[in-house]
Write a protein that binds this ligand. Structure first.
Ligand SMILES: [Zn+2]
Length: 78
């Protein structure tokens, strides 16, 4: 199915977002998430699209400057 942006404003917003695929720490499903590159260094919670449990996302950059996303479940100790 072709994907089209409906609004110019939405496209501008999308440009600061990077799509990443992560594995849910609960159900193991691969889910696609949009990471805002301005959230580097932040940690936030988003519900799994499959099992609806809260996944903790940690956004960082590696030494090469690439965006990395790690996930863990809310009961896991740091
Ligand atoms: Zn899940």
């Amino acid at each position: 199915m072709p994907w089209r942006y409906e609004h110019e404003a939405e496209r501008k917003l999308m440009e600061s977002l990077e799509e990443h695929t992560v594995l849910c720490p609960y159900c193991g499903e691969a889910i696609d998430v949009l990471i805002d590159i301005q959230e580097v260094g932040d940690e936030y919670i988003e519900d799994c699209q499959v099992c609806c449990k809260p996944i903790i996302f940690n956004v960082a950059t590696d030494s090469a400057g690439n965006l990395t996303v790690t996930v863990r479940d809310e009961n896991e100790s740091q």
